[in-house]
Ligand binder design. Structure first.
Ligand code: HEC
Ligand code: HEC
Length: 293
C-alpha cells in the first residue's frame, strides 16, 4: 500500500536515512574529543609549527603519508618509535586531522621521536633530496621550500584556532624559510606524550660482554639491519655522512653498545634501545667494527 504513494514513501525513506545519519555521524560529537580525551602533556602548535602544518597540507604530503599509528602490533613496532599507538587526545589540536589512509610513504604520527636532532639535519637533507638518504625512495624533492615563509596570517591563525602564543613566538618567525617551518612541524609530531625512552637506558645490561665475536656468523643479518636503520646517517659503507664514520671504530664493544642503545639525542643520534633487542645491537657492534667491506 505504501509503495503506491510515492510522496509518503520518499518522506519516510528520508526520515529513516536521517536517523541512521545522526546516530553515526552527528551524535558521536557529544562524546568524542571532550575533556575526557585530553592528555595534559599534549600542547597546541607554536606559530612556526602551525605554519609547517599548513605547508604540509598545501604540498599534499598527506596523499602519501598517514598520521595515525594503529593499535596493531605491527604498526606499533614499525611506526611507534617508542611512543606506542596513537591516542585520541593527541589529535586534540589538529584542525583538520591528517590521519589519512594512504601509505605510499611511512606513517609520520611519531616521526618527531625518530629523528631527535634539534637542528633537523636529517630532515633537511631528506627533504632537499630524499634519494640522497634513502636511495630507493620515490618521494619527490622539496628543495624549493628553501624560500621565505609568508607570515602575513600567522597571528590571525593562532587567534582563530585559539592557541596560546607569545610575542617571542611571533618574533621567532622572522627570517624563517618554509623548510624551517615544515621541519619544526615534523620534529613536534608525536613527541608530546611521555615515551619509553627512559626504559631504553634501563635495557643496557649490567655486564656488557659481546657474545658475537665471529663476524662471519652475523654479517648477513647485521648488514640488513644496518642498511635499514643506520645507513641513512652513517653511509651505505659505514663511511659516515650525517653521522661519523663507523667502519673499523676504535671504541670498545661496551661503549658502542651503550651509544646505540641510549643514543646521543642532543647531537642527532637516535635511541635504539626500544627498537632493537640486545642480540641485534651486539650483532651491529660486531659488524660496524669490521674493517673490511
Ligand atoms: C609520492 C609520495 C610522497 C609524497 C608526496 C611525500 N612523501 Fe615523504 N616519503 C615517501 C616515501 C616513499 C618515503 C620513504 C622513503 C624515504 O624515506 O624517502 C617517505 C619518507 C618521508 C619521511 C621519513 C619517514 C621515516 O620514517 O624515515 C618524512 C619525514 C617525510 N617523508 C615527509 C614528507 C613531507 C613533509 C612531505 C610533503 C612536503 C612528503 N613527505 C611528501 C613518499 C612521499
Ligand atoms: C638520524 C641519523 C642517525 C641514525 C639513523 C643513526 N645514527 Fe648513529 N650517529 C648519528 C650522529 C649525528 C652521531 C654523532 C653523535 C655525536 O657525535 O655526539 C652518531 C653517532 C654514532 C656512534 C658513535 C660514533 C663515534 O665514533 O663517536 C655510533 C657507534 C653510532 N652512531 C651507531 C649507529 C648505529 C649502529 C645506527 C643504526 C642502528 C645508527 N647509529 C643510526 C646519527 C645517526
Amino acid at each position: 500500500m505504501l509503495e503506491k504513494n510515492p510522496v509518503i514513501f520518499i518522506i519516510l525513506a528520508f526520515v529513516v536515512i536521517m536517523v541512521g545519519t545522526s546516530v553515526t555521524m552527528i551524535a558521536p560529537f557529544k562524546w568524542i574529543n571532550g575533556p575526557g580525551d585530553r592528555i595534559a602533556e599534549v600542547k597546541p602548535y607554536t606559530p612556526l609549527q602551525q605554519e609547517g602544518r599548513d605547508l604540509y597540507m598545501r604540498e599534499g604530503c598527506n596523499n602519501c603519508h598517514s598520521q595515525v599509528v594503529r593499535t596493531l602490533a605491527a604498526d606499533v613496532e614499525r611506526y611507534g618509535n617508542g611512543g606506542g599507538y596513537s591516542k585520541s587526545g593527541e589529535f586534540f589540536y589538529d584542525r583538520p586531522h591528517l590521519w589519512g589512509s594512504r601509505r605510499t610513504g611511512p606513517d609520520l604520527a611519531r616521526i618527531g621521536l625518530k629523528y631527535p636532532d634539534p637542528k633537523g639535519a636529517w630532515h633537511r637533507k631528506h627533504m632537499e633530496n630524499p634519494q640522497s638518504v634513502v636511495p630507493a625512495s620515490n618521494m619527490p624533492s622539496y628543495a624549493f621550500l628553501n624560500q621565505a615563509l609568508d607570515t602575513t596570517y600567522s597571528e590571525r591563525k593562532m587567534k582563530l584556532l585559539k592557541f596560546p602564543y607569545t610575542q617571542a613566538d611571533l618574533d621567532d618567525l622572522k627570517g624563517k624559510s618554509e623548510m624551517d617551518a615544515i621541519i619544526a612541524y615534523m620534529r613536534k609530531l608525536g613527541t608530546d606524550i611521555p615515551v619509553k625512552k627512559a626504559e631504553a637506558a634501563v635495557l643496557v645490561p649490567a655486564v656488557l660482554n659481546n657474545p658475537y665475536t665471529d663476524v662471519k656468523a652475523v654479517k648477513e643479518e647485521a648488514e640488513a639491519i644496518y642498511k635499514q636503520q643506520c645507513a641513512s646517517c652513517h653511509g651505505e659503507k659505514r663511511e659516515g655522512t650525517l653521522g661519523p664514520a663507523l667502519k673499523g671504530s676504535a671504541k670498545s664493544d661496551a661503549d658502542l653498545f651503550k651509544i646505540i642503545s641510549n643514543g646521543i639525542e642532543a647531537n642527532g643520534m637516535p635511541t635504539f634501545g626500544a627498537a632493537l633487542d640486545e642480540q641485534k645491537i651486539w650483532k651491529l657492534v660486531t659488524y660496524i667494527k669490521l674493517d673490511t667491506k
